[in-house]
Design a protein around this ligand. Structure first.
Ligand SMILES: [Zn+2]
Length: 335
């Protein structure tokens, strides 16, 4: 499928600036595999399936561990070591930033989805790519057989900043929906015991598939950024196992086998002026817990202190211009 390159990563990097011609293969079990484009591979089983599954990685190119997991899943499907019981669209998001080992080259791709690429210069590679990826996902869902009743999208990432909770999921906001028990069961199976429920529509890849196509989707933060070849893939066994079970066609358990803690945003930390002061250390880990009364920021006679329950910080970054967000404070949901 990837000749003369040895695997999907090498092919994706080598063809990033090419017009890639589609390639098609039928495996002995009847599974149809189509390479649509650089880093875009579709798998269709020839048996009746119930789920359309999008597995994406490399939307930030330096987040290599999930890219290596996807490489190995694709290899095992092609070698028929991994059963393909559901239809799957594998995506390596940003080949140019993968090549230079950066989060992105010109534009952060994970701010370009849900149509937001239209607000940018469409001659930029990453902007063009986001538009194409939306089209591949749209076609994948549009062409599903009538037996399909579920759409899932897992967008795999790793973080630069360390976290008190090694792995966590972001569940995109869609008006009126709640997190289903079987998706919590997926997270528990993937050793992800933390989920942040977003409260505003966003322009991430996972928001796009849930807003436009009603997919159950997540952005999954699975560990820390490392260069290709330096990941300890043992730390990713949970997500690897959980995705492979889904690909094979195993149904999700109805209830999580382990607890999954749900968090929601209680305060958005905004930089309000040049006098604005931040009382969180620069190296604070995501999900660091702060006790009631702790001073978080002050600006003249305005300030924010933790309320009557402990709160947790995520994505702290005070080095943003006035008017922008410097982090989020979260509260754990009870019950
Ligand atoms: Zn990322």
């Amino acid at each position: 499928m990837f000749a003369p390159y040895k695997d999907i990563i090498e092919h994706t990097l080598a063809t990033r600036d090419d017009q890639v011609e589609a390639r098609f293969e039928i495996l002995s079990a009847g599974t149809e595999v189509t390479l649509h484009d650089c880093g875009v591979l579709r798998v269709e089983p020839n048996t009746a399936c119930t789920t359309s599954l999008v597995i994406s990685c490399g939307v930030h190119g330096n987040e290599t561990a999930p890219i290596e997991l996807v490489r190995d899943m694709v290899r095992d499907i092609l070698e028929e070591e991994q059963k393909a019981g559901q239809r799957v669209l594998f995506i390596m998001g940003n080949p140019w930033s993968m090549q230079i080992a950066q989060r992105f080259e010109e534009v952060n791709m994970n701010r370009l989805f849900a149509g937001d690429w239209q607000n940018y210069d469409t001659s930029l590679k990453e902007v063009k790519r986001a538009a194409k990826l939306e089209a591949y996902v749209a076609n994948f869902f549009a062409e599903e057989p009538t037996t399909v009743t579920q759409r899932y999208h897992y967008d795999l990432h790793t973080a630069i900043r360390g976290s008190q909770r090694e792995r966590f999921a972001l569940y995109p906001f869609v008006q009126g929906r709640t997190l289903p028990e079987n998706q919590k069961a997926f997270l528990a199976r993937a050793d992800i015991n933390t989920v942040l429920l977003q409260q505003k529509e966003a322009n991430t890849f996972s928001s796009f598939s849930s807003l436009r196509y009603q997919a159950e989707s997540f952005t999954l933060e699975l560990g820390q950024v490392k260069p290709f070849g330096q990941n300890d893939l043992k730390r990713y066994r949970g997500i690897d196992y959980a995705l492979r079970e889904l690909i094979a066609g195993e149904p999700l358990p109805e209830k999580p086998a382990k607890p999954v803690d749900e968090f929601e945003v209680c305060h958005s930390i905004d930089v309000t002026s040049d006098q604005w002061e931040f009382f969180i250390p620069d190296d604070a880990l995501n999900f660091t817990e702060y006790q009631p009364g702790t001073l978080i920021w002050r600006d003249g006679d305005q300030e924010y202190r933790v309320g009557s329950e402990p709160e947790y910080i995520v994505f702290p970054n005070p080095k943003v211009p006035v008017g922008q967000r410097a982090g989020l404070m979260l509260r754990k949901r009870v019950g």
